[in-house]
Design a protein around this ligand. Structure first.
Ligand SMILES: Nc1nc2c(ncn2[C@@H]2O[C@H](COP(=O)(O)OP(=O)(O)O)[C@@H](O)[C@H]2O)c(=O)[nH]1
Ligand SMILES: [Mg+2]
Length: 254
């Protein structure tokens, strides 16, 4: 079971790492004064809930990133290019789902990115959404030579934002227009950029085949996700500290 509680699919070739068991910070909502739950939860319990969580820049942070988009846009290829620096010309449908990990440093914080690649289920978006749970960042991919894959972005994004918890409009996200090495483009750069600009999402024109802009896109998302993670961590910590014995919540029930 992953930290998010989502079903953990088999790692590729059985080599992948186990999902980390870190507590999902975004689920640790601070106790609300006035509610019976708040009165029952004494401050020491909240402090212990934070133990083991990264409190300084020297501790590694695990982040879950998910890559979604229509079948055949190059999600698996992008992931393999980023993690293994390899590209396969032949088409291989991803079986089940796979997770690859990459360790990197962002602003001197060591990060372990756990990148979830959904496979085969792209036809059935509802199945892909099983894997959304607990994501810290989302990568939306389309193929610049396939207009339909671009037009489907709205649905992929809405579906993701609808299911991700907590609902955040500012959820870390990037869009990748893949296969820019091909000449038969159907989606002009300006069209994709305008869509992203309107939604305030960074846009990258990439090629998994020629390794263009791939690392930049992943690292931008990692940076965004880390910053959101730190923000949630800090606000949780602040809320926990506010609950001192002299500042006990009311005993009344909601
Ligand atoms: N020319 C070109 N082909 C690509 C690129 N990325 C992926 N492909 C090809 O597109 C097909 C589908 O790729 P895949 O990664 O399996 O797509 P997925 O279904 O989204 O995971 C494969 O034949 C890949 O070799 C790219 O950047 N350029
Ligand atoms: Mg795939």
């Amino acid at each position: 079971m992953s930290r998010s509680g989502a079903p953990q699919p088999p790692a590729p070739g059985g080599q992948g790492p186990a999902a980390p068991s870190r507590i999902l910070l975004s689920r640790l909502s601070p106790a609300r004064p006035g509610c019976s739950g708040a009165a029952a939860a004494p401050p020491p319990r909240q402090v212990s809930a934070l133990q083991g969580l990264p409190m300084d820049a020297s501790k590694k942070v695990d982040l879950k990133i998910i890559i979604i988009g229509a079948l055949g846009v190059g999600k698996t290829s992008l992931l393999h290019q980023y993690v293994h620096k390899t590209f396969y010309e032949d088409y291989r449908t991803t079986l089940g789902a796979s997770i690859l990990t990459k360790v990197l440093a962002v602003d001197s914080t060591p990060l372990k990115l756990q990148i979830w690649d959904t496979g085969g289920q792209e036809r059935f978006r509802s199945m892909v959404s099983t894997f959304y749970k607990g994501s810290d960042g989302c990568m939306l991919a389309f193929d610049v030579t396939d207009r339909e894959s671009f037009e489907a972005l709205d649905n992929w994004r809405d579906d993701f934002l609808e299911k991700v918890i907590p609902r955040e409009q500012e959820f870390p996200m990037v869009v990748l227009g893949n296969k820019i090495d091909l000449s038969d483009r159907q989606v002009p750069k300006e069209t994709a950029s305008a869509w992203c600009k309107e939604k305030d999402i960074p846009y990258f024109e990439v090629s998994a085949k020629n390794n263009i802009n791939v690392a930049e896109a992943f690292e931008t998302l990692a940076k965004q996700a880390l910053s959101t993670y730190k923000g949630i961590f800090e606000s949780y910590l602040t809320d926990s500290i506010k609950l001192t014995p002299n500042d006990k919540p009311k005993q009344s029930c909601c």
